[in-house]
Design a protein around this ligand. Sequence first.
Ligand SMILES: CC(C)(COP(=O)(O)OP(=O)(O)OC[C@H]1O[C@@H](n2cnc3c(N)ncnc32)[C@H](O)[C@@H]1OP(=O)(O)O)[C@@H](O)C(=O)NCCC(=O)NCCS
Length: 162
Amino acid sequence: MYQLEEETEADWWEVEALYDLCFSPGRTALSSYRLRDGVPTVAALCLVMREDGNLVGAIRYWPVEVGGEDVLLLGPVAVHPTHQGEGLGGLLINESLAEARRQGWERVLLVGDAPYYKRFGFWKLEGVEMPPPTNPDRILGLELKAGAWKGVTGKVTKAAGA
Ligand SMILES: CC(C)(COP(=O)(O)OP(=O)(O)OC[C@H]1O[C@@H](n2cnc3c(N)ncnc32)[C@H](O)[C@@H]1OP(=O)(O)O)[C@@H](O)C(=O)NCCC(=O)NCCS
């Protein structure tokens, strides 16, 4: 029996351990982490999935800006290797994106594999620059409001005030 809940402070290190397991050990050296340093998550969108109390998946979001516009940075998202391919990743992404839309977020950004994320409607963004080194083919966007990425280009920066 799966439980999907908002991440709490008590979940933080367990989620970190899941990410360490699912990603390469140097994950925090990735440039996208520099946008997260010292910035609180968008807590209402960070979800944990448990099975009988055991953490099997998690997704987090941070606020960033592109050209002065608010953007939601999706990730990291990970599912425990013993539960991959069961649709949990899709569930975490779809549920959190639906909540993001309800909360009024207009556009989402992530760095990831287009072949996976295109099923959620993400496409390669042109003219949006992550801190180097980032493969431009992995910079993907999604509109939660029609036209929200139109004319929004430039460097991705930390959220204002962060
Ligand atoms: C990527 C991840 C979150 C997907 O979660 P999941 O629960 O396994 O995914 P789902 O069950 O919702 O979807 C499975 C489908 O996604 C595909 N898929 C998974 N990772 C993929 C990738 N990197 N590229 C292309 N397709 C991928 C599977 O082949 C499968 O395809 P199918 O539906 O045609 O059979 C999970 O595999 C994971 O944690 N991977 C390691 C960490 C990671 O890479 N996170 C994403 C970083 S951007």
